[in-house]
Design a protein around this ligand. Structure first.
Ligand code: NAD
Length: 248
C-alpha cells in the first residue's frame, strides 16, 4: 500500500504510533520513529527491522520545534524525502476541572497542540522545499467533538488540532499537500490504561457502538488507508475512527 514512501511518526514508541510504524513498514514504507521515550523508540525500530523493514529512531520532544525539525531533516537525510508526517504523539492528564493545575494544562497543550502545530510547520516547509506534495496526518480525538469530565486541557488541545487540520489544509493546498486528521474514540493503549482505577477504559468502551475498546492496530489500519494515493479526495477533514462513539 505504501511502497517507497517515507514517513515520520511522532509518538512511535507505543500504542497507535507503534502500531502505525509496524503497519507502514509492512506496507513498504520507511519510517522515522520520532519519540521522546528512548526505550519505546528503539524498541519499535528493532521490531520494524525484524520484519525486514527500514526505520530509524530520533529522540524527539514534539513540544520543542527544533527537535521536530530535526526529525523531519533526518527523514530526508536518511531516506531522501518526506511523504507522510504523522503528528500523533500525545499525553493525557485526568483531573476534575477545579483540581486541574495550570502546569498540567500547559504540558498537555504543549505536547498535544503545539506538537501538532510544529509538525505541520516543519513538514509543510520541508515538503514545499522538496517540491514533494505529501500528506500530513494529525491525531485528534473524539474529545475534539464531545465533552467528557476531567480532561479540560486535552479537550482544548484536540479541539485545536481539529481546526488546525482544516486551516493547514487550506493554506497548503496550493502546494498540493493534503492535511487530514483521525479522531479515535477509546483505544487500548497506555494513555488510558493509566486510569484503570477511574474506569476510563470501561466508559470509553461503553460509548463505542461495538461496546469494546479498539486496538491500536485498527487505528493504524485507518491511518494506512489515508496515506495511500487512493485517499486523495480526503483533505481538510477529521476522519472519525471511533467506532461510532455515541453514548456518555
Ligand atoms: P500512548 O501513550 O501509547 O502513546 C503515546 C506516545 O507518545 C508514547 O510513546 C509517548 O512516549 C509519546 N510521547 C509523549 N510525549 C511526547 C513528546 N513530548 N514528544 C514525543 N513523543 C511523546 O498513547 P496512544 O493512545 O497511542 O496515543 C497516541 C495519540 O492518540 C495521542 O495523540 C492521543 O491523544 C490520541 N488518542 C488516543 C486515544 C486512546 O483511547 N488511546 C483516543 C483518542 C486519541
Amino acid at each position: 500500500m505504501l511502497e517507497g514512501k517515507v514517513a515520520v511518526i511522532t509518538g512511535a514508541g507505543s500504542g497507535i504510533g507503534r502500531a502505525t510504524a509496524l503497519k507502514f513498514a509492512r506496507e513498504g514504507a520507511r519510517v522515522v520513529a520520532a519519540e521522546l521515550d528512548e526505550r519505546g523508540g528503539e524498541g519499535v525500530v528493532r521490531e520494524v527491522r525484524s520484519l525486514g523493514g527500514e526505520a530509524v529512531f530520533v529522540r524527539t520532544d514534539v513540544s520543542e520545534f527544533a527537535q521536530v525539525e530535526d526529525a523531519v531533516e533526518r527523514a530526508v537525510g536518511e531516506y531522501g524525502t518526506l511523504d507522510v508526517m504523522f503528528n500523533n504523539a500525545g499525553i493525557g492528564h485526568y483531573a476534575p476541572l477545579l483540581e486541574h493545575e495550570p502546569e498540567h494544562y500547559d504540558r498537555v497543550v504543549r505536547v498535544n497542540q503545539y506538537g501538532v502545530y510544529y509538525g505541520i510547520l516543519a513538514a509543510g516547509r520541508k515538503m514545499v522545499a522538496l517540491k514533494n506534495p505529501g500528506l500530513i496526518i494529525n491525531t485528534a480525538s473524539v474529545y475534539a467533538f464531545l465533552a467528557s469530565p476531567g480532561v479540560i486541557g486535552y479537550h482544548a488541545a484536540k479541539g485545536a488540532v481539529k481546526m488546525m487540520t482544516q486551516a493547514a489544509a487550506l493554506e497548503l493546498a496550493p502546494h498540493g499537500i493534503r492535511v487530514v486528521a483521525i479522531a479515535p474514540g477509546g483505544v487500548d493503549t497506555p494513555i488510558i490504561q493509566g486510569y484503570k482505577d477511574m474506569g476510563l477504559g470501561e466508559r470509553l468502551a461503553r460509548g463505542q457502538m461495538r461496546r469494546r475498546l479498539q486496538t491500536p492496530e485498527q487505528i493504524a489500519g485507518a491511518v494506512a488507508l489515508l496515506a495511500t494515493d487512493e485517499a486523495d479526495a480526503i483533505n481538510g477533514s477529521v476522519v472519525m475512527t471511533d467506532d461510532g462513539y455515541a453514548e456518555f
